[in-house]
Design a protein around this ligand. Structure first.
Ligand SMILES: [Zn+2]
Length: 191
């Protein structure tokens, strides 16, 4: 699939919105991504993740690992395509932790995936968590890289779609200046 075809899959399931949005951070943006809206369709999840798996198969990993919640479905479907297992970390008392008896062999070749790569910061802690558990993290994959490819994880990194989404402070937002009404995605409209 081309990047345009991939973007269309996201647009059609409203997982990629274009307009004027108020993010949970309070910043404004002209695009909004909610991968759960495309991943809610198992066939689309399978299709997208098998595309992603195809780009990462050469790493030869034996486990696909993700941070909960956003990455869980992606890890599951990428692992299905690669024929390996998938595990995930959860936050416990603010710390990323492997729970539920999940474990890794010492030096086990591991692929980190997530639905969305936004900042190096959040992904870094997930990588650290898997490394502490013994993993050798060989690469990272995501459906969307919202940094436009600029996030440096110190690992080979592959995304189906690279989006450079600009965030604006409300007082500097060009969409506000243009008088375009802003919406808060994911929340019900309030009058
Ligand atoms: Zn604005």
């Amino acid at each position: 699939m081309t990047e345009n075809e991939l973007l269309d899959v996201f647009r059609k399931s409203s997982a990629l919105l274009e307009g004027h949005f108020i993010l949970s951070s309070g910043l404004h943006s002209d695009r909004y991504v909610q991968c759960a809206l495309v991943l809610q369709h198992p066939r689309l999840a399978e299709q997208l993740c098998s595309e992603l798996a195809g780009k990462l198969r050469h790493l030869g990993v034996s486990v696909v690992a993700a941070p909960a919640l956003g990455g869980v479905l992606v890890a599951h479907e990428v692992a299905r395509a690669l024929g390996v297992r998938s595990i995930f970390t959860e936050r416990q008392d603010g710390q990323m932790t492997l729970r539920r008896g999940f474990s890794l062999e010492p030096g086990e070749p591991t692929l980190l995936v997530d639905d969305l790569i936004t900042t190096v910061f959040s992904t870094h802690y997930t990588i650290q968590c898997f490394e502490h558990a013994g993993a050798k993290v060989l690469g990272a994959g995501s459906l969307i890289d919202r940094s436009g490819g600029t996030a440096d994880l110190g690992l080979p990194k592959t995304s189906l779609i690279n989006l450079k989404i600009e965030n604006y402070k409300p007082e500097e937002c060009p969409l506000c200046k243009a008088g375009i009404p802003a919406v808060k995605p994911g929340s019900r409209a309030k009058k």
